[in-house]
Design a protein around this ligand. Sequence first.
Ligand code: 4AD
Ligand code: MG
Length: 477
Amino acid sequence: MRSASIKDLLSGKDLLQEVTINGWVRTFRSNRFIALNDGSTLNNIQCVVDFEKIDEAVLKQINTGSALRISGTLVESQGRGQSVEIQVNNIYVHGNADPEVYPIQPKKHSLEFLREKAHLRARTNTFSAVMRVRSALAFAVHQYFRDNGFYYFHAPIITGSDAEGAGEMFRVTTLNEKNPPLTENGDVDHKEDFFGKETNLTVSGQLEAEAYAMALGKVYTFGPTFRAENSNTSRHLAEFWMIEPEMAFFDLNDNMDLAEDFIKSVISYILEHCQEDLQFLEKRLLDEEKTKPQAERSEMALIEKLKFISENNFKRVTYTEAIDILRNSKPNKKKKFKYPINEWGADLQSEHERYLVEKHFKCPVILFDYPAKIKAFYMRLNEDGKTVRAMDILFPGIGEIVGGSQREERLDVLKEKMAALDIPEEELWWYLDLRKFGTAVHSGFGLGFERLVLFATGMGNIRDVIPFPRTPQNAEF
Ligand code: 4AD
Ligand code: MG
């Protein structure tokens, strides 16, 4: 049942040919004009029905949502709004959609409503555009790393180490819930569990990627990660996809250069390949913003913003400089921050990150050299003994999009830090081995893929840029 794609037909190259297409009805007007969409493009193709050729009984089954196979002649369109259309010779109804119950009707549905219909929402313009851009971004990620000498590395999803401390974990077990085996102390006996120890879903593939970077040189992971934190925000998912490059012989500056170049490259890719969808999403965002007060509207339209990112340098600022800026900022002095900034050492909240990016610098910011106390154990300690070679990239409208660092490659310093944080050496014996055998300067970062898609599409909620979002109290579908 080979058929043409609507994207190809709309380019007009098959004019006056007999063509066959498959797709879903978006609208059916005057019992004569079918707008058909097959997902290959945002645009529908208009199919014009000749009553003499098509049975009444067939026409009765055509509604918004019906799946059809249509054959006909591709001609120049007489009507306005499209350049070509199909004069229909034959229609086969794969499956109809009862208009009394089919929820995706040709009218405006709220994003909240569509979240409850996540299995059908890709049949709307907004979600199909978002998902095509998402797919293009994923491709651009692989292309970037391949072009730059990286190997794609698959980190394990089930992990036996829970020491990274990146977030709360989801336990993986096959023990009987109601009657688990117990130790003499009455604790659950994980020796009897499937893996003979406690295991969880991974929060990050970094530690394993480090092992492979120290052999293959430059590697990256791009896979699902899981965090059981109860953050019900528009920026957090319990299951999200993370891209984690890890590079031997890279210091923090090399790491920042790579992260910036990488983000610019994938944004340029969609500017080049997803114009139609981006134009649609830009218009969607403009319409949405009309309902908001002036002060909350963004200064740039979507495509302009993406171009701005791909063409301008990110601002690099130390944590210490950022704290000075925040301490002296208007909202801090006027007590407008929920978490006031008083002293060096304070962890930055998203309100602070967004102030720096949106109000102060008005461009993406890379903050680096954070206090050791608020960052993970594996980050390399600076000479001052109190800051680490960490970097976060902050984006307008998003806040943190990347978190990364130069890694502590010195065995003695790493052991001291683990001891201070009560991380048992037995748990990470293999990670310490990497510092015993051929250790070297190395660095990496993690980019939350959905935060990138959120930024690139101008959507407002992370639940709307992943096909089936997992959030607290929600794992439907
Ligand atoms: O800053 P994070 O926790 O860093 C790490 O996991 C490091 N191991 C990465 C590395 O150096 N290889 O997470 C990295 C990024 C964040 O900047 C954010 O974009 C995203 O992952 N992220 C989330 N995205 C969606 N939902 C969540 N709950 C997220 N938590 C983090
Ligand atoms: Mg982080």
